[in-house]
Design a protein around this ligand. Structure first.
Ligand SMILES: [Zn+2]
Length: 371
């Protein structure tokens, strides 16, 4: 097995195209064609994680947070980021990140966090917007099945829990081949009228090129008529955060204890009324405060995320100063540590023969002091 085999499995699960614009994911250091038999998974790339990879003989490290996030001006042994790149190179260890593309995946980071907290029936809290297109293909009826199959196989036609979604209507296609054309049907210079079908399916933007290649391959015409246009529908399979329910509603203090214990958090910061009952729960692993409005709109009794700064706590209050929902900051590391197991389990399930280790390091440098 080589590094690119592992990257392909990650990309099929959490396509790089669905990452946030600001993000950098995928292979960051190393060689896609290098042999790999053992992978080490961690939330962050730290010196201790690189050392651990060397000790256990891992040829690839996969982390959630990308090491190379901002552009670097140099790679030397004396700066914090460059020294890690240098060490990886010297050790022959490749390195990849799977970050907001995994945050945005159905079943990704926030779904794992929801499950960890005992939240069931999870759905995406804030679906991705502006990422859906419609592909419309005109073809002779005899080619319809092959084209529908090509659409499905290339990732088009997925709507929530349904795949192979398409619509087919019938009509008449007209065209006149030029003297230089090489038409599958018709004669140069003659206007042709053919019974055709119109097949349409939705596709996420990052799959559109692959879909167009597959459709052209399945299409009998020299120049297939294909339209691609942006649609305003939100994605149904990609988005940030998750929202679901606890089996039974519970008072906020019991819910806070649940979160603390499930995540191994030393302390929680929160805004909320201690007599509030918590049933519907929204979560977003990591810095998810921008999804607070979605949690409120979605009727959540509590929203668990991290990195809430002082002034933003007030966003959980209404105009009268009452809490609109319980807002809980459980820590960035704590809300995302489950990601290590999530990635490792996925690799084990899809790459038999690959040894996958979760790091023994607690990569967060931050501690809480409780006296
Ligand atoms: Zn994070």
């Amino acid at each position: 097995m080589i590094v690119s085999d592992v990257l392909s499995v990650l990309d099929a699960w959490a396509p790089q195209g669905q990452k946030a614009d600001f993000d950098r994911v995928g292979l960051q250091v190393g060689d896609p064609s290098a042999e790999v038999s053992r992978v080490l998974v961690a939330l962050d790339l730290t010196p201790a994680v690189v050392l651990e990879a060397e000790e256990i003989g891992a040829q690839l490290i996969v982390t959630h947070h990308p090491l190379l996030f901002k552009p670097v001006g140099r790679v030397t042994a004396t700066d914090p980021i460059g020294s890690l790149v240098w060490r990886l190179g010297r050790a022959g260890v490749s390195y990849a990140a799977i970050h907001t593309n995994l945050d945005a995946a159905h079943g990704g980071v926030s779904f794992a966090l929801a499950e960890q907290l005992g939240v069931t029936g999870a759905e995406i809290l804030s679906p991705l917007e502006g990422v859906m297109q419609k592909v419309v293909v005109f073809a002779p009826a005899a080619a319809a099945n092959a084209i529908r199959e090509a659409l499905t196989a290339s990732g088009a036609g997925q709507i929530a829990e349904y795949d192979a979604c398409s619509f087919t209507s019938t009509g008449t296609g007209r065209f006149r081949p030029s003297e230089d054309a090489n038409p599958a049907l018709g004669t140069a210079g003659d206007l042709e009228a053919v019974d055709e079908v119109r097949i349409e399916a939705v596709v996420p933007t990052w799959s559109t090129s692959r879909t167009l290649r597959a459709v052209r391959k399945a299409h009998p015409y020299e120049e297939p008529a294909i339209d691609v246009y942006d649609i305003k529908n939100a994605a149904t399979r990609q988005g940030y955060g998750a929202v679901g329910v606890l089996e039974d509603a519970e008072p906020l203090p019991r819910f806070l204890a649940r979160v603390r214990d499930a995540l191994g958090a030393g302390a929680l910061r929160y805004v909320g009324s201690d007599d509030a009952m918590i049933h519907r729960v929204a979560v977003c692993g990591g810095s998810g405060l921008s999804f607070l409005p979605a949690a409120i709109r979605g009727g959540a009794d509590a929203f668990v995320t991290s990195d809430v700064t002082y002034h933003r706590w007030f966003e959980a209050l209404d105009h009268g100063g009452e809490t609109r929902l319980a807002l809980v900051d459980a820590g960035h590391y704590e809300t995302e540590a489950i990601t290590e197991t999530l990635i490792a389990d996925h690799l084990r399930a899809h790459l038999g023969g690959l040894e996958v280790d979760v790091t023994r390091q607690r990569t967060s440098p931050m501690r809480t002091f409780a006296g």
